[in-house]
Design a protein around this ligand. Sequence first.
Ligand code: SF4
Length: 439
Amino acid sequence: MTHTSRKVGIVSLGCPKALVDSEQIITQLRAEGYQISPSYDEADLVVVNTCGFIDDAVAESLDAIGEAIAENGKVIVTGCLGAKGNVVQENHPQVLAVTGPHAYQEVMAEVHKHLPPRHDPHTSLIPHQGIKLTPNHYAYLKISEGCNHRCTFCIIPDLRGDLESRPVGEVLQEAENLVKCGIKELLVISQDTSAYGVDVKYRTGFWGGRPIKTRMTELAVALGEMGVWVRLHYVYPYPHVDEVIPLMAEGKILPYLDIPLQHASPRILKLMKRPGNIDGTLERIRKWREICPNLTLRSTFIVGFPGETEAEFQMLLDFIEEAQLDRVGAFAYSPVDGAQANELPDPVAPEVQQQRLERFMNVQQAISEKKLARKIGTTLQVLIDTVDAEGAVGRSSADAPEIDGRVYIEDVGPGVEAGSIIDVTVTDSDAHDLWARPV
Ligand code: SF4
């Protein structure tokens, strides 16, 4: 007897955290015998995982839902936009169901309702690590959901709720499965990685029979034993962040810290209600670099926040000159629907915001250019992302996928493929990327 499996299409929009949600949904669908359809035509139903963070993302998500309705007709919406009032239903009343982010069980319940499963043991076989949407050699490891902070420009706590840390044993088991399946790099993500475990009072969990606290340092130590690259994202500068720097110096985890600072003026940071304390940050950065000289520091900043004066902006420029951060993302402040910061007085005019953004980026570009030029002639380890006839493209410990730079390598020998780790000598650089040849 043959079964025809039911087919579900998935449209995944938004950030790496949303991608992890999509992976979880796909894994569950496959586990229950559904097939994933690459086209609207063949799908019996489509799940659209949306983003609702900024206005552009809302528009993109609504367009994607509209397209799925037009092309297929049976649509379930999940993700951040689903948690934003009735935006989805008002724009697309035809959708079958709407859930918020991180709600794969609700999504599955809706799928069962509208497309009951036909179990087929052959299609139920899923690989160890679940189904991943990232290339086969790196994976995002989501350690918690939600956030206890209330930054005035952000609505993530409204959309995703307070911090909920995943049990450390479950996170480590997932990491182990990923490594068993050949993953070479784990990217630890959350809204606030350094707060991991605060909600469960750093409860002790178990991994392989060994007691481990639900806490960033302990998690980093355990991940560091798995023999793959481990990269920490969204780490706030709480005092205990100092504990992971020696692990980086010892090569246990990548010497890379993504630490979103957002501004350098204490008054603006207070208006932003940012966690962490900027006082002493320069001194701490100096100490971190003393302990781990090859540390890459990435950060993001907002310019033109409501009330930002020229003097406060200058303070930010002075800070980045002094801090000499390696990787920096900057955004002109833009109001997010529902964010408290929209009520603040003295908005900065858009043209002033743009000028400040340009000035900021010019300063940072010069810093980045100089820092990368210093790498010429040095030897780096590179994880290969793609290989073609012209050579390979990879990343060093200083480059997270998609957001940082790349290393372009000519003449890689046979046997080098995506996921290989090779040593290269840097031959050239610009403000973002490096060029290199195999050692
Ligand atoms: S720390 Fe602030 S910006 Fe980050 S998710 Fe929490 S509230 Fe939003």
